[in-house]
Design a protein around this ligand. Structure first.
Ligand SMILES: [Ca+2]
Ligand SMILES: [Ca+2]
Length: 362
């Protein structure tokens, strides 16, 4: 349950809304205490109200903002807040990796601003709200409303099951684009993971230090499969995200070893999903077996009628040639006339013989 101060803050916001002021939204749904518990995505042009209910409470939100836009974040400490100092409420604008961009404080009954022009590359931001005292309340809003855009929520992480105390017990294969949550449960706890790189692609190994555990950093080391010497490593303090960007030479198996102080909670994630494989690539298909060249078909033997027809064709061709030679030798008109008649008859016979060849030798 919320404290009395938080209830008063909500009541005051409701009264302001009834009087026709800017729209308000209830926020601050616990737990929202760190970079992995951020509440959102928030909208623009809306007043959010929340409170700091315990001594170590901190409220984290996230928002998507248009690139290259002038963003105005206003922070107000309402009059009912029990915090009574210059920095009664504090708001810190952070990158999505937890790095501080700017911060502002607001005394009771006062409003202060962070005015920030967003760069071209970043679109997701974190807001951290704190108060100077337990029970402190705050309100904040982001303007202009059009600067704030919608975006995906945070994906729920998958647990990293124990035991995973050695490379041989490593948990995997990890999927790309998926957060895995683990905890260093004991002083000598070690957590091992493994994954496949899909090919010669760049991938980003992110390590997130979850807030609220021990205050020291968590460390991750990257190993090639079968090697006892790490390739590279990275560390993340609570409420920060660290990146290790590498390009794999090709498909390969890698291991990740995570260590930290007792109680440290963390997340590991590999991106993009296309750079990470869940299984070895399928072997290339076997080349097709050599097909023997087809044997040339033997020519069908000519039929008897075909052979007879061809013989007739040859015989009459020779006879015509002989008659033509005789025609060149004879000189008398009557002999030439006789030979020409004979030649014409032979040519008719040859045509009939050729017709028979066409018919019988198909
Ligand atoms: Ca909180
Ligand atoms: Ca372990």
């Amino acid at each position: 349950m919320r404290g009395a101060a938080k209830w008063l803050a909500t009541a005051a916001v409701a009264l302001t809304a009834a009087a026709g002021a800017a729209p308000t939204a209830s926020a601050d749904t616990e737990p929202n205490d760190g970079i992995t518990q951020v509440e959102g995505p928030l909208g623009g042009g809306v007043t959010y109200a929340g409170g700091i209910t315990t001594a170590n409470d901190s409220d984290w939100y996230f928002v998507y903002v248009q690139p290259q836009t002038q963003l105005d974040i206003s922070l107000t400490t309402p009059g009912e807040s029990p915090c009574n100092y210059y920095d009664a409420s504090r708001l810190t604008l952070r990158t999505s990796d937890g790095g501080s961009i700017a911060s502002t404080v607001a005394a009771r009954n006062e409003t202060s601003h962070i005015r920030y022009t967003t760069p071209a590359a970043l679109t997701r931001y974190l807001l951290q709200l704190d108060a100077d005292c337990t029970g402190g309340s705050y309100r904040f809003r982001l303007d202009p409303a059009t600067a704030v855009v919608s975006g995906p929520g945070l994906p729920a992480p998958l647990p990293a099951p124990e035991p995973n105390e050695s490379a041989g017990q490593a948990y995997g294969p990890l999927s790309g684009g998926t957060p895995y949550a683990g905890t260093i449960d004991t002083q000598n706890d070690v957590d091992w993971f493994w994954f496949y790189s899909a090919g010669p692609y760049a991938y980003d190994l992110t390590l997130t230090g979850v807030g609220g555990g021990c205050s020291d950093d968590v460390d991750a080391r990257l190993y090639a499969d079968g090697s006892s010497s790490s390739i590279d490593g990275l560390s993340a303090y609570p409420n920060t995200v660290s990146h290790l960007v590498r390009t794999a030479p090709g498909f390969a198996r890698y291991l990740i070893e995570v260590t930290g102080c007792q109680g440290a909670a963390y997340r590991v994630q590999l991106d993009p999903g296309t750079a990470i494989a869940l299984a070895p690539p399928a072997p290339p298909p076997a080349p097709p077996a050599a097909v023997p060249a087809p044997k040339p078909k033997p020519k069908p033997k000519a039929s008897k009628r075909c052979r007879t027809a061809r013989a007739g064709q040859v015989r009459w061709s020779r006879a015509i040639a002989k008659s033509r030679r005789q025609l060149r030798r004879v000189s008398t008109r009557s002999a030439r006339r006789k030979l020409k008649r004979k030649l014409a008859a032979q040519q008719r016979t040859l045509r009939r013989a050729s017709d028979r060849v066409t018919i019988y030798c198909r």
